[in-house]
Design a protein around this ligand. Structure first.
Ligand code: TXA
Ligand code: MG
Length: 327
């Protein structure tokens, strides 16, 4: 069984780095979600990630770096916009998809000649990469297609029997995965996944960003499969609370409700959570996965989730809700 150890204690970070050096896989916090990390240059260790997550090999893994030297070590920098984006948004919830350097194993990129890279802003994640002295390959620390983990406890519930250590950094502040941006020379950037960094912010720096419509593309973002981020219970997206009262009144199943800002009639629900009473999308995003985990474990038999406005972080929330509802 995995040990949950305090990630703010440097000795524990060193211990985790030591395990990584030996080719083990460990879980650690980032500002977005918890990651399941391995030494990026150790193919056997990276293969273990896929095994533990029960993830297909066609889904590439993001490489986490702690400095710009590591950026040049893993990617070819053929475009000035890369430095511009790094300067403005790193460390932070932005993953750049760039041409890969030879030394990055194809196992990491699922055979692609590009690699997804990000510099996380979480102090434990950065310290861990520094302590290892190498970039860390890490997908989110959940089972394939399951809900992403935003606490050490979430990781433990899904993967506790399969790993030795979970570095605990508390609840992640951002709460949704990084925004993934494909940068190709002489072309507009393409957003492959809405995430913790709003597209509007990116556009202020590099101009218009195209949004990839290919939800299940096997080429650009294989992990963007339609079913993803799913709770075990069925999830239905509704426009608002009234829609539940109107259309699902005679529904016998116990209802759970993930509301955005408020709930008028709590009596019709056996379980409910409010993402942000003040209507703040940032707060909503940080609570999103945690509340879905809670509703999934609670008394409700079916989960209703209220739509949020598709601007800023609302896009990231809706992208995940749509995938959770697809099953
Ligand atoms: O915030 C995050 O990005 C978290 C934390 C742990 O850093 N990581 C994460 O990883 O969400 P994962 O594996 O759950 O999702 C990564 C996504 C996948 O959908 C994958 O397909 C895409 O990134 N990806 C990785 N490398 C890619 C590449 N070279 N081209 C296109 N998509 C890529
Ligand atoms: Mg994931």
């Amino acid at each position: 069984m995995a040990k949950i150890i305090d990630g703010f204690v440097y000795r524990n970070i060193n211990k985790a780095a030591q395990l990584l050096r030996r080719g083990e896989v460990i879980a650690f916090p980032t500002e977005t979600v918890y990651g399941l990390g391995a030494d990026v240059y150790n193919k056997k260790a990276v293969a273990k990630i896929f095994e533990i997550k029960e993830r297909p090999f066609f889904d590439p893994v993001i490489v986490h770096i702690a400095n710009l030297k590591q950026l040049e070590e893993v990617a070819r920098i053929e475009d000035e916009r890369i430095y511009l984006l790094a300067k403005n948004f790193w460390p932070g919830p932005l993953t750049l998809v760039l041409p890969k350097q030879k030394k990055i194993p194809y196992l990491v990129t699922a055979g692609l000649d590009t690699v997804g890279i990000r510099m996380p802003s979480n102090v434990i994640a950065l310290s861990l990469i520094q302590s290892l002295g190498r970039p860390i390959a890490a997908p989110s620390a959940n089972l394939f297609t399951h809900l992403s983990p935003t606490t050490a406890d979430h990781v433990f519930k899904q993967l506790g029997s399969k790993i030795k250590i979970i570095l605990d950094g508390g609840k992640t502040i951002c709460g949704v995965e990084s925004t993934i941006l494909l940068i190709k020379k002489n072309a507009r950037p393409v957003c492959l996944r809405a995430g913790g960094l709003p597209i509007e912010e990116i556009e202020k720096i590099v101009g218009k960003v195209e949004v990839s419509k290919k939800q299940s593309s096997k080429v650009l973002a294989p992990g963007n499969l339609k079913f993803h981020y799913a709770p075990r219970k069925p999830l239905i997206i509704v426009k608002n609370e009234e829609e539940i009262a109107e259309h699902f009144k005679d529904f016998k199943k116990k209802k759970g409700f993930l509301a955005f800002q408020k709930i008028k009639n709590k009596k019709i629900f056996s379980d409910w959570r409010i993402l942000s009473p003040s209507g703040d999308l940032k707060e909503a995003a940080s609570n999103f996965f945690d509340f879905l985990h809670q509703l999934d474990e609670g008394p409700a038999e079916i989960i209703f989730a209220e739509k949020v406005k598709e601007v800023g972080l609302g896009r990231a929330i809706m992208e995940r809700l749509n995938k959770a509802a697809h099953q």
